[in-house]
Design a protein around this ligand. Sequence first.
Ligand code: SF4
Ligand code: SF4
Length: 288
Amino acid sequence: MKIAIASGKGGTGKTTLATNLAAYMAESGSVVLADLDVEEPNSGLFVRGDLLVGETKYKMIPEWRGDTCEHCGNCQTVCNFNAVLSMADKVMIFPELCHGCYACSELCPTESLPMKRHPMGELKHFRAGQLDFVESRLVIGEEQAVPLIRQTLDYLSAGFSEDVPWILDSPPGTSCPVMEVVKDADLVILVTEPTPFGLHDLKLAVETVKHLDKSYAVVLNRFGIGDDGVLRYCEDESIDLVTRIPNSRAIAELYASGQLLYPVVPAVARAVADVADFIGNHLTGRRP
Ligand code: SF4
Ligand code: SF4
């Protein structure tokens, strides 16, 4: 029961929906919320709890051994990610670019590139009542989000039953990190806003989830600004529009002060209830 909350672009209210939905659902049962926007996780600004686990996550990268290297250049040739530079007198590794594929290490004729652990981020697990909150954060300068996302999903798989709803706060956009989160989801909720930018990026996000053959639906945030392009698009494409969250100064002020919205703003309470009902109906096969 994995629900990915995604969006074609940042700043549409994806984290607002994920945190409020998770906290709302945790009032009636166990819920897991995971912030997988590892380059810039911010669900923790709104969800607090007791820290249960804090651990460093590692990826494997090669380490050059100059004493045995024969300077054949093979490592640079086989690396598809430009993470190895083989020069006349030494080999340089760029850990930020390395995907840990082992190719250079395995194909080095003199075993001069043994793989070593390299810290790439931190994972933290908090608990607040029936809500388990897991977030991972990439080390600054680290460029590979996917390995940390994968390890965070592995952490969830090892620790939580899939009978419990998992709310996965995805990275924004339509690139590899989003794919990594969305590819195993049972349902993808795409959050957008009623502007030409919002519509443009929603279309890209829809193409992505269609490509992955995922069930999906749309939540329209900041309803009241912009135009009706998103409404018309959803209608024309027969896309489920689950709910609309109104644009409001009160919501913006509460968000800026790091508060959950649904306990205070009735319109948000209705919206998260709509989404929770939609998820329940979808997963039991009773499409609204
Ligand atoms: S493949 Fe091995 S021996 Fe060849 S340049 Fe790279 S590290 Fe040196
Ligand atoms: S492990 Fe793979 S990605 Fe990393 S440097 Fe070697 S060949 Fe390149």
